[in-house]
Write a protein that binds this ligand. Structure first.
Ligand SMILES: [Zn+2]
Length: 359
């Protein structure tokens, strides 16, 4: 196994750092895809294998809850256990797909710090048994809170994570769009400094967190969650460039010292994506686009086979519809939709054919 080759499967600790560095030095970014159950998690691994790309799989707190089952009465416990179940699923299966998979959890705001801490309880137990954590990284998004609180909490959590070889993703500045509830206001974002991360804040984060452990930064440069009409989003990737340059010149580091993350990547212009990647973005979140990619073929199938979704056996001519209403049929179409959409994503991000998994 060469220096830059990793065993296929879930990568953590040193392996995760190698994966991040391979992307940055190779000039590509990895898709980070939100999953909600076995259909989506398997489709993402299948897509990565097909593209010969490594991949990041992530769960939001509600994705974790859905993974455990919406019927579980204790919603908080479901958010924890569902996320843990997804990570264990990946630890068992990812290596069989032959690519490297980073397991991550998405936005956790102040109210969700207990979710992160409960997952760390599980991660520490797993580390004791297996010598590696359950997840490669978690995200702590305290961008809605004052920066002093944001950074001190990130430092506190990273202290704990670093002990079990985990990485932390933080957010500075607010990503616009649905997830943060600012909806349609964002088109005036060009004048809203909160929508654009300040390089000075990134420098502060670097100075505090870099001595503690491995971390990445979701910086806001006009990106929004969801997909909106063209023209509403004014991406300014030069903010990323300026943040890298400030850390580099202040601390005499090499080029692109920060590991940057692009949130709200769905529907972005390809040229801006490439520019962001050239400034050290190694991860681009994709959620909305794969949701649609799953649902569209399912919708088409239902429309073409309406009788099968009304009757087990056709009351007029006795046709049995079992093959058509078997959920595996249309769920597989959804999976194939995700696989196809992620081939495009891997091409756009330059990760296609770049898997560093070896024997
Ligand atoms: Zn996000």
């Amino acid at each position: 196994m060469s220096k830059n080759t990793l065993k296929p499967g879930v990568v953590t600790g040193k392996g995760y750092k190698t994966l991040v560095e391979a992307a940055k030095s190779g000039g590509y970014a990895l898709p980070a895809v939100n999953v909600t159950g076995t259909n989506t998690i398997n489709a993402v691994m299948e897509a990565a294998a097909k593209a010969n790309s490594d991949i990041i799989i992530q769960l939001s707190n509600s994705g974790g809850q859905f993974y455990a089952g919406k019927g579980l009465k204790d919603a908080f416990n479901a958010k924890v256990m569902g996320s843990v179940a997804a990570a264990q699923h990946a630890h068992l299966l990812a290596r069989h797909y032959g690519v490297c998979v980073a397991m991550h959890t998405d936005h956790a705001n102040k109210a969700l710090i207990p979710w992160i801490e409960a997952m760390l309880d599980e991660g520490e137990k797993y580390y004791e048994q297996h010598g590696k954590p359950l997840f490669s990284s978690h995200m702590l998004d305290l961008s809605a809170d004052p920066i002093d609180f944001n950074l001190s909490e990130c430092a506190r959590i990273l202290e704990r994570m670093a002990k079990i070889d985990m990485s932390l993703e933080i957010e500075l500045g607010v990503t616009g769009g649905e997830e943060d509830g600012i909806g349609s206001e964002f088109d005036e974002g060009a004048d809203n400094s909160k929508l654009y991360t300040q390089p000075e804040d990134v420098l502060r984060a670097y100075e505090l967190l870099n001595p503690i452990g491995h971390f990445s930064v979701a910086a806001s440069f006009g990106n929004v969650h969801g997909v909106y009409k063209p023209g509403n989003v004014k991406l300014r990737p030069e903010i990323l460039k300026n943040s890298q340059a400030l850390v580099q010149s202040t601390h005499g580091t090499g080029q692109n010292p920060l590991h940057l993350v692009f949130h709200g990547g769905s529907g972005s212009e390809k040229a801006k994506i490439h520019e962001a990647v050239s400034y050290g973005v190694f991860k681009m979140n994709i959620d909305t686009d794969t949701q649609f990619a799953f649902s569209q073929p399912v919708g088409k199938f239902v429309k073409e086979n309406t009788r099968a979704f009304e009757y087990q056996v056709d009351p007029d001519d006795g046709t049995p519809y079992k093959k058509l209403y078997d959920p595996r049929g249309y769920l597989r179409l959804g999976e194939e939709g995700v696989v196809a959409r992620l081939q495009e994503a891997c091409e756009d991000l330059g990760s296609k054919g770049k898997s560093i998994a070896g024997d």
